[in-house]
Unconditional design. Structure first.
Length: 122
């Protein structure tokens, strides 16, 4: 889920081409609706979104699906992306990525999280 629909669609396509099943949500509220219906192994989220910010979303994911791994992404906003990403980690994100990032970095991070290996290092 991302605040820019085209970016979210691009991420979804990259992940599908790498063999992952993907469900895209338009915003945090839609994402929570999906999480209430079925389990997910991994949840990707932007931190700046309409309807519900990423911090609130991460808190809800941890409550609804404690076993799901969380990858938080941010390009920054009113404060630097590093500050947003640090807060996301404190709230329970298993890994964070600052935008922009490469497709290789995204896929390596997703592989590591799904394998339960924790953060991917470049």
């Amino acid at each position: 889920m991302d605040d820019e629909p085209a970016f979210g669609e691009m991420l979804g396509l990259m992940l599908e081409q790498a063999g992952h099943r993907v469900v895209l949500a338009a915003d945090g509220a839609a994402g929570i609706s999906y999480l209430k219906k079925k389990p997910f192994d991994l949840v990707l989220t932007d931190l700046l979104m309409p309807e519900m910010d990423g911090m609130e979303f991460i808190t809800n994911v941890r409550r609804l699906q404690p076993a799901a791994r969380i990858l938080a992404m941010s390009g920054g906003g009113h404060i630097s992306s590093n500050e947003y990403l640090k807060m996301a980690s404190r709230l329970g994100a298993h890994e964070v990525l600052a935008k922009p990032f490469t497709e290789e970095k995204l896929l390596a991070t997703v592989r590591a999280l799904l394998a339960g290996q924790g953060p991917a290092r470049s």
